[in-house]
Design a protein around this ligand. Structure first.
Ligand SMILES: [Zn+2]
Length: 299
């Protein structure tokens, strides 16, 4: 658990799963080719991938953000005891995630806000836990903030469901809305947001569609230091080097590329620390422009 400061805001992460290996590079990134690894071997290997086997090193983690008096949890990983037959790495987990959260100084009842960058299986699982056969909110005192567009994408009751153009891999999300999202709404803890939305004086939400229809990013701005939590706008640091490479899980490919370039440009030009959901330790990077693309250093 490494604490970092951005302005007055303290940031930790809780790792649910350290994935080494995670996926083969061309399985996650269909456009993958070896030339980028050859040209950036020391930057990528062994921290983020094995340059010889092309197996990626990744992570599934939550960010803990202490902003003023607020304890904010960004993305809640996969969760325990959830049946995910089509996504084996998350199937029926039994991980001491809440114990790790406590080791970072946060009890479940202390969390004030839960922010899900999107509603994929590995970003909202700990929203709920199983108690007496029912899925109930894990963080009973939190306001859970969801993108309305994202909520609509996964809501079987929505008139536009299922959305045209939804990636076939969306099947890995079966059951997630019912066990990890709907119970939050039923307990009255959900707040839907559209467009830009300020959480407090340091944190604000912005739409970042492409990976899913309603993906959001969270910007952090404190004492002229900046950070950005980007969820799955990119999954792996190779996508900083090659921002046109989508993951196999992106719903709107052209928009995903556009948003990725926009986010990377913001981080490079504003000096914002980029904090994605799946980069291997130390989980954050600093971004610079490099010609038409970008490069990075672990941060
Ligand atoms: Zn993810």
């Amino acid at each position: 658990m490494s604490k970092r400061m951005i302005g007055d805001v303290a940031i930790d992460q809780v790792v649910e799963l350290a994935l080494d290996p995670a996926f083969a590079a061309d399985q996650l990134l269909p456009d993958f080719n070896d030339e980028v690894v050859a040209a950036n071997r020391a930057l990528l290997s062994p921290r983020y991938m094995n340059a010889d086997s092309k197996l990626l090193v990744m992570s599934i983690h939550s960010w803990i953000v202490r902003s003023g008096d607020n304890v904010v949890l960004i993305d809640t990983c996969c969760g325990n005891q959830k049946p995910r037959p089509d996504f084996p790495l998350a199937n029926m987990l039994d991980v001491p995630y809440l114990e790790r959260l406590e080791a970072a100084g946060v009890r479940a009842q202390d969390v004030d806000y839960v922010l899900c960058t999107h509603l994929h299986v590995d970003h909202c699982g700990w929203n709920t836990q199983l108690r007496n056969g029912k899925w109930v909110p894990t963080f009973p005192n939190a306001k859970y903030i969801f993108s309305q567009t994202e909520y609509d994408q996964w809501n079987p009751q929505d008139p536009t469901y299922p959305k045209a153009g939804m990636n076939p891999t969306s099947g890995v999300n079966a059951g997630v809305f019912e066990d990890s999202v709907l119970p939050i709404v039923e307990h009255g803890l959900a707040q839907m947001v559209t467009g830009r939305h300020a959480i407090d004086r340091n944190l604000s939400i912005e739409p970042a569609p492409g990976h899913t229809f309603g993906s959001i990013v969270i910007k952090l701005d404190s004492k002229s230091d900046k950070g950005l939590f980007c969820g799955d706008v990119m999954h792996h640091p190779i996508q900083v080097l090659r921002p046109d490479w989508n993951s196999a899980f992106c719903d709107v490919p052209a928009l995903a590329r556009h948003t990725r370039r926009r986010v990377l440009g913001y981080c490079a030009d504003e000096g914002a620390v980029l904090m994605p959901a799946h980069f291997a330790a130390p989980h954050a990077v600093r971004v610079q422009r490099a010609g038409e693309n970008f490069t990075f250093q672990p941060a």
